[in-house]
Design a protein around this ligand. Structure first.
Ligand SMILES: Cc1cc2nc3c(=O)[nH]c(=O)nc-3n(C[C@H](O)[C@H](O)[C@H](O)COP(=O)(O)OP(=O)(O)OC[C@H]3O[C@@H](n4cnc5c(N)ncnc54)[C@H](O)[C@@H]3O)c2cc1C
Length: 488
C-alpha cells in the first residue's frame, strides 16, 4: 500500500513537493489554511484588473519545465512564457536610464554609453558571478547542506576549491565598489540583495551570484503572470491524484515516539506516514509543535525584508515605462539605508514597478494598465503601518510622476494594498518577511533550517523559510531536495 504524506500549505514549495511525491507513488493530501492555493504566488483581481499577489519576474524557467516533464507532460500544454528584452528598465535619481539585457555585450555597451562605466568592468563582473553560480549551484541550491553525503559528491568536492573566489570575506556593496567605477552600476547591482530580502552592506559578496541567471539565461514573463506557475503545479498535483483540503488550517503536528504520525485539523487527527511543512518554519515550531524542542539558534536568525505593495488599476497606458522597471532615488545609499538601517521611519525605498498588461493587455481594462508596485521595507516590528502606507503612497506617486513626466495619481482608478501585517496574516510568514531569513551573514546558508527534522523522524520542511531559501525558483529547488530526502 502506498505510504501517505500530508503536506501543510500549498505555497510554491508545498505544491511542488506534492507533485514530486505523488509522481513517485505516494498518496498525498495537502491541507491549506486559505481558500485558495499558491500562498504568496496567488492572484488578485479587482474591477477588471489582474495582478500577481507577490512574485512577478520569472527566472530559471527550466525548473518548472523539469517538473512538468517529470510528470510525463508537455510544458506547452500548461503555460507559455516569453523572454524579456530588456529584462529591466532602471530609472536613476539623476535622470539617467538604462536597460539591462541577457546579452552581456549589449548590456556592457549600454552601461558604458549611459554611465561611462568601462565595458570590461561589466563583462568581467558578469563572467565572475556566472562562474561562481555554476561552481556553487549544486552545493547551495540542489543539495542538502545538512547531510554528510553531500560533501562526498565529486562535483561538490571539486567546487570547494573555488571557495577563495567566492567573495566570502567582503560585502556585496564593497565588491561592487571595487569592481565598478560608477555609482549607478554599484547601485544597480546592490539591488540584487533585495531578491532575497538582504542588506547589500551586510551580506557577503557571495550573494552577488543572485544576479547571474538574469544576465546569462534572462528574465521571463508567464502569460498568466506568476499565478500561472501555481496553477500549473496545482493542476499537475490534482492530475496525479493529490487531494487538497482548503480552508483547513493545521493546528498541530502529532509526534509519537519520536516520529511524526499525522496532524490535527478541525479538532480531528489525520494520520500520515510522513508530514511535510510548507508553513514558515518559525510558525511551524511556535504554533504546531509547541510541545517539541525548537532549534532556537536557527529560528532567531534575522528575517528578510518585507514590502508594501500597491496594486493600482490605471486608466491609461504609459509608454515610457517598460514591463519591468526599477526607480531609484538621487542618493543611492539612502535607498538601502532606509530599508535596512532604520526600523520605523523610511521615506525612499527602492520602487519596483511591474506591468504585465504591457505584455498581456487582458490583465487590465481596455486602454488601461495593471500597475504592481513593491517597496522593499523593513519587516514588521509593530510600526504604524497605516501612517507609513499613507506616506508611502504619496511618496511613490511623486517619485513615479517625476520619472514618467505625468501626474500618476490622477490615473489610478482602483487600488489594493498589502503590507507586512497582511502578508503575515495571509501566508503565515513571520514578521511579514518575503524570503524567510535574510542572507546578511556569512553563515546564513548554513543557519537556515534543514529540509528535514534532526529530532523527529518522518518530518520534513520545504519552502522559502528553509534551505535553500526564498524566491520562486529556490522554493522549487527546496521541493526537489525535500523529495530526494524522503526515502521510498
Ligand atoms: C511582494 C512579494 C514579491 C515577491 N517577488 C518575488 C519575485 O519577483 N521573484 C521571486 O522568485 N520571488 C518573489 N517573492 C518571493 C516568493 O513569492 C516566495 O519566496 C515564494 O512564493 C514562497 O513560497 P513558499 O513555498 O515558501 O510558500 P508561501 O507562499 O509562504 O505559502 C505558504 C502556504 O502555507 C499555508 N499555511 C501556513 N500555515 C498553515 C497551516 N497551519 N495549515 C495549512 N496551511 C498553512 C499558507 O496559507 C500559504 O498558502 C515575492 C514575494 C512577495 C510577497
Amino acid at each position: 500500500m502506498a505510504k501517505k504524506v500530508i503536506v501543510i500549505g500549498s505555497g510554491v514549495g508545498g505544491l511542488a513537493t506534492a507533485v514530486r511525491l505523488s509522481q513517485r507513488g505516494f498518496e498525498v493530501e495537502v491541507f491549506e489554511a486559505n481558500e485558495y492555493f499558491g500562498g504568496k504566488a496567488t492572484k488578485l483581481e479587482k474591477d477588471g484588473y489582474f495582478w500577481g499577489f507577490g512574485p512577478s519576474l520569472f527566472t530559471m524557467p527550466h525548473l518548472l519545465d523539469e517538473l512538468v516533464t517529470l510528470c510525463g507532460k508537455k510544458p506547452e500544454d500548461y503555460y507559455h512564457y516569453t523572454k524579456l528584452d530588456p529584462v529591466c528598465k532602471y530609472f536613476f535619481g539623476n535622470g539617467k536610464q538604462v536597460e539591462t539585457h541577457a546579452d552581456k555585450e549589449k548590456f556592457a555597451a549600454e552601461a558604458e554609453l549611459v554611465f561611462g562605466e568601462p565595458k570590461h568592468n561589466t563583462l568581467n563582473h558578469l563572467t565572475l558571478i556566472e562562474k561562481r553560480f555554476s561552481m556553487t549551484e549544486k552545493l547551495f541550491l540542489h543539495s542538502s547542506l545538512h547531510k554528510a553525503a553531500t560533501y562526498l559528491d565529486k562535483d561538490i568536492f571539486a567546487s570547494l576549491g573555488f571557495i577563495p573566489k567566492m567573495g566570502l570575506f567582503t560585502t556585496m556593496d564593497k565588491e561592487h565598489e571595487s569592481v565598478f567605477e560608477t555609482a549607478e552600476m554599484q547601485q544597480l547591482f546592490n539591488r540584487y540583495a533585495t531578491y532575497n530580502g538582504s542588506d547589500p552592506y551586510q551580506c557577503p559578496a557571495t550573494m552577488n551570484v543572485t544576479a547571474a541567471p538574469e544576465y546569462s539565461d534572462g528574465g521571463y514573463i508567464l502569460s498568466g503572470g506568476m499565478p500561472d506557475l501555481s496553477r500549473t503545479l496545482y493542476q499537475l498535483a490534482t492530475e496525479n491524484g493529490v487531494k487538497f483540503h482548503f480552508d483547513m488550517a493545521v493546528e498541530k503536528i502529532i509526534v509519537e515516539n519520536g516520529k511524526a504520525t499525522g496532524v490535527w485539523v478541525n479538532g480531528a487527527k489525520q494520520s500520515a506516514d510522513i508530514v511535510v511543512s510548507n508553513m514558515d518554519v518559525w510558525f511551524t515550531y511556535k504554533k504546531l509543535m509547541k510541545d517539541q524542542r525548537a532549534p532556537e539558534r536557527i529560528l532567531q536568525q534575522p528575517r528578510s525584508t518585507s514590502a508594501i505593495i500597491f496594486y493600482w488599476g490605471m486608466d491609461r497606458t504609459f509608454d515610457n515605462a517598460d514591463i519591468h522597471n526599477i526607480f531609484f532615488s538621487a542618493n543611492y545609499k539612502e535607498e538601502f539605508e532606509v530599508t535596512f538601517g532604520q526600523k520605523t521611519v523610511y521615506h525612499d525605498p527602492t520602487t519596483y514597478l511591474f506591468v504585465s498588461s504591457k505584455h498581456q493587455p487582458q490583465h487590465a481594462t481596455a486602454g488601461g494598465e495593471n500597475w504592481f508596485i513593491v517597496l522593499n521595507i523593513p519587516n514588521n516590528e509593530g510600526q504604524d503601518w497605516d501612517k507609513l502606507i499613507a506616506e508611502a503612497r504619496i511618496h511613490v506617486q511623486q517619485k513615479l510622476s517625476k520619472h514618467l513626466g505625468v501626474d500618476v495619481a490622477q490615473h489610478i482608478v482602483c487600488e489594493q494594498v498589502n503590507d507586512p501585517r497582511s502578508i503575515e496574516a495571509k501566508t503565515s510568514s513571520y514578521m511579514g518577511s518575503l524570503y524567510g531569513n535574510s542572507s546578511n551573514n556569512l553563515m546564513a546558508a548554513f543557519l537556515r533550517h534543514p529540509n528535514f527534522s534532526r529530532e523527529i523522524d518522518n518530518l520534513y520542511f520545504c519552502g522559502g523559510s528553509v534551505h535553500p531559501g526564498g524566491g520562486v525558483p529556490v522554493c522549487l529547488l527546496s521541493a526537489k531536495i525535500t523529495d530526494s530526502l524522503i526515502k521510498e
